[in-house]
Design a protein around this ligand. Structure first.
Ligand SMILES: [Zn+2]
Length: 533
């Protein structure tokens, strides 16, 4: 037994399980307060129980470190839970039916708000104003595409917003134009946001997630999480990323960093932390806004980078000088290269520091840049569910790039094999918060239904232990927290997911990964079929 505690101190035991990674003589673990204190056999662990200790029977299932989602938009995902969800509506009829059912159910407020529609669900790849006007004629409607880069609105919404031009005919607002209608959307109150976050945390707990990392706008969200913490409602560890915007003068950037330093005081706990800045280098491939080294297939465009690359370099170097870790959203191969260039410039600073800078997404990459993750110690923060080889990937993503570049899509296998580190997440609400699905795509590179047989770009598959490590310890490493969370060891916090099955069983269906219980900080925050404590 590996133990860091005397007998009779453990108040929570998990027995009759398999601890991850599997090793002989490890079927149980003991928790005292917030921490794991021992791993061993059932008999060894039962000896550590304090009087009245709670015992969870794992029934042969695997106990893993709770998932850590390295890239979410948790507030936006939580808010979206009460809106219309169109993610599963894959054709016109399904979209129409979902809108009608939502309205008929009396679930809409003064506005019909929702998200998740997919371009491929509509003829021509874009929804029509008339369809939404017919389905929702009176109430203003604002429906975001699944990627958050386009909004579909109806005529009442356009009138309220005083919109003009093309949008009046199409009902479509892209990128910055979305703000036209966003501005007049009723803003949730502080208490409504707290209620939404509690629903979001319940979703996370039910999926075995114990930690999440908010990818941007964190500077505006601190008060919400602090209120949850003070009221004893924070059941998820939260790391907030602050925005690193382009277009600031050097002086304005330094002033912003001064403000961030001030608002970061106290933001260094184990439940609520910060210390990281998020920059958007580019957009997305589907709308050809991701920044590319060579033009998109069939058009002259290289995409729409958000930064002048030398400006990005200077901003990263200055941020690092003040101790900030930096994460850069980079989807196209030019943006990935620019982010790596900025981190390489930062790495050349003296004295050298290792802040573990990160590139987020990395949807396609030049072959020459693959080994730079390992060489520079830069983390590839990737969201396997984005790479599910379904209709969107086949019909909207791959054709924009052409075969050669699409052939380096989501190259997590190559990054890992060239010495790079991976951190996995979801990007919720862009895709569902579902680590089981992420593991499935990471390991098989197929849809949930198993297509294509053998996997899309099977050379990029990773093993289940590698994928699980990226979604737990890897994500913890990416937030500089692996010393105290992300693995099952005495002394680590007791953030655990108890799975319904033995993970080492061949043929295990990962998309159907069953979570029987989730423990965060020693507290059972989710139990299948039971009340959470
Ligand atoms: Zn994101």
């Amino acid at each position: 037994m590996i133990s860091a505690v005397a007998t009779s101190q453990a108040n929570l035991l998990i027995v009759n399980g398999r601890l991850w990674p599997p090793r002989p003589g490890r079927t149980a673990l003991a928790v005292a307060g917030e921490s794991i204190v021992a791993l061993g056999t059932d008999a060894e662990i039962r000896e550590l129980a304090a009087p009245g200790a709670r015992v969870l029977d794992a029934a042969g299932g695997t106990v893993i470190p709770a998932f850590n989602d390295a890239h979410v938009h948790f507030l936006s995902g939580s808010r979206s839970l009460s809106g219309l969800d169109l993610f599963g509506a894959l054709d016109l009829a399904a979209v129409r039916a979902a809108i009608e059912a939502f309205l008929a159910g009396g679930k809409a407020g003064p506005w019909l708000v929702g998200r998740g529609w997919q371009y491929a669900a509509f003829p021509g790849g874009m929804p029509a104003l008339e369809l939404l006007d017919r389905a929702c004629p009176e109430r203003p409607a604002y429906l975001e595409a699944y990627d958050g880069h386009t909004a579909w609105v109806n005529s009442p919404a356009l009138r309220l917003a005083g919109a003009s031009g093309e949008a009046l005919r199409t009902g479509i607002l892209k990128e910055a134009a979305m703000a036209t209608v966003e501005r007049v959307l009723p803003a949730p109150t502080f208490e409504e946001d707290l209620a939404a976050l509690r629903r979001g945390m319940a979703v996370a707990s039910a999926r075995g997630v114990g930690s999440v990392q908010e990818a941007g706008a964190g500077q505006d969200q601190r008060a919400l999480y602090q209120a949850l913490r003070e009221r004893g409602h924070l059941t998820l560890r939260m790391r907030l990323g602050f925005d690193l915007p382009p277009g600031l003068t050097a002086a304005a950037w330094e002033q912003r960093l001064d403000e961030y330093a001030e608002s970061s005081v106290g933001l260094d706990g184990r439940w609520l932390s910060g210390g990281i800045l998020k920059a958007f280098a580019d957009g997305v491939i589907e709308s050809r806004t991701a920044a590319m080294l060579r033009p998109y297939e069939g058009v002259e465009s290289l995409g729409e980078p958000n930064w002048d690359w030398s400006e990005l370099r200077r901003a990263v170097v200055e941020a690092q000088r003040r101790g900030w870790q930096v994460q850069v959203h980079a989807i196209g191969d030019a943006a990935v290269r620019a982010a790596l260039d900025a981190f390489e410039a930062a790495a050349a600073e003296r004295p050298p520091v290792a802040l573990r800078h990160r590139v987020e997404h990395v949807e396609t990459i030049s072959a020459a840049d693959l080994p730079r993750f390992g060489r520079l110690g830069v983390i590839a923060s990737m969201q396997p569910s984005h790479a599910e080889p379904g209709r969107n990937l086949r019909e909207a993503w791959a054709p924009r790039l052409g075969a050669e570049r699409a052939g380096r899509g989501w190259a997590w296998g190559s990054i890992l094999r060239t010495g790079g580190r991976l951190a996995f997440g979801s990007d919720w609400p862009v895709v569902p918060l579902d680590p089981g699905h992420a593991l499935h795509v990471a390991v098989h590179r197929t849809t949930a239904a198993g297509e294509p047989a053998g996997g899309w770009l099977p050379g990029e598959r990773v093993t289940l232990p590698e994928a699980l490590s990226a979604h737990t310890e890897g994500s913890a490493y990416a937030e500089r927290a692996e010393a105290w969370k992300g693995s099952l060891r005495p002394g680590q916090v007791a953030d655990l997911a108890l799975l319904g099955e033995d993970l080492s069983r061949p043929g295990l269906e990962l998309p159907a990964l069953k979570i029987r219980a989730t423990v965060v900080g020693g507290r059972v925050v989710y139990e299948e079929g039971g009340p959470a404590s």
